[in-house]
Ligand binder design. Structure first.
Ligand code: S6P
Ligand code: ZN
Length: 175
């Protein structure tokens, strides 16, 4: 048995990775706004992942912020195998986007637990003013596939609107 602890988005006995704007260029829709922030190259989110035999888990922290009108978010991916994944929100406020033939979104806050079916593309977005922190649990051999989202994106984006947030149709073709 191996026990990990979560403190302020950090998970012990885990591998940390961080994603900055430069790694997100295919994902944000406003290319002009992105160029303006590129020198600063802000950290968009970080992940502390504990790979275990069979079942892995990770804590993601998405920092508050926007690129143009679009809120900071994860790249998004689908799993190549049919196993589902569980999201458990630890703090902050964000959206979980899920898309296959149809698009769905849900607002998640501290204490929410969400179920993501296998194969469905999923992305999280911080729509709050504090870090959005959540724990995910998934099959170690889930087979994370970023290719489709990188080339096609999601059909909708999450943008700021009158001090709040709004899910709107992405304009323009991605490829
Ligand atoms: C893993 C799970 C999360 C994400 C993390 C970062 O299956 O969905 O731990 O990996 O939130 O997102 P992304 O899309 O960059 O992997
Ligand atoms: Zn996943």
């Amino acid at each position: 048995m191996k026990v990990s602890r979560i403190k302020e988005g950090r998970l012990s006995n885990a591998t940390k990775s961080e994603v900055r704007l430069i790694q997100m260029t295919p994902f944000f829709s406003d290319k002009v706004a992105m160029q303006k922030r590129m020198k600063e190259n802000p950290k968009i989110y970080e992940v502390h992942e504990a790979k275990r035999e069979g079942l892995s888990f990770a804590v993601t922290t998405i920092f508050p912020g926007k690129i143009g009108r679009e809120f900071f978010m994860t790249r998004g991916h689908a799993h190549r195998n049919p196993d589902p994944e569980i999201y458990h929100v630890l703090s902050g406020k964000g959206l979980l986007l899920c898309e296959d033939e149809s698009f769905q979104h849900a607002l998640l806050e501290k204490g929410c637990v969400a179920y993501v079916p296998g194969f469905v593309r999923h992305r999280t977005v911080n729509v709050g003013t504090h870090p959005f922190i959540f724990l995910t649990t998934y099959a170690t051999d889930a087979g994370h596939d970023y290719g489709y989202v990188e080339t096609h994106g999601f059909s909708k984006i999450v943008v700021t609107r009158r001090g709040g947030w709004r899910v709107e149709q992405r304009v323009g073709k991605k490829i």
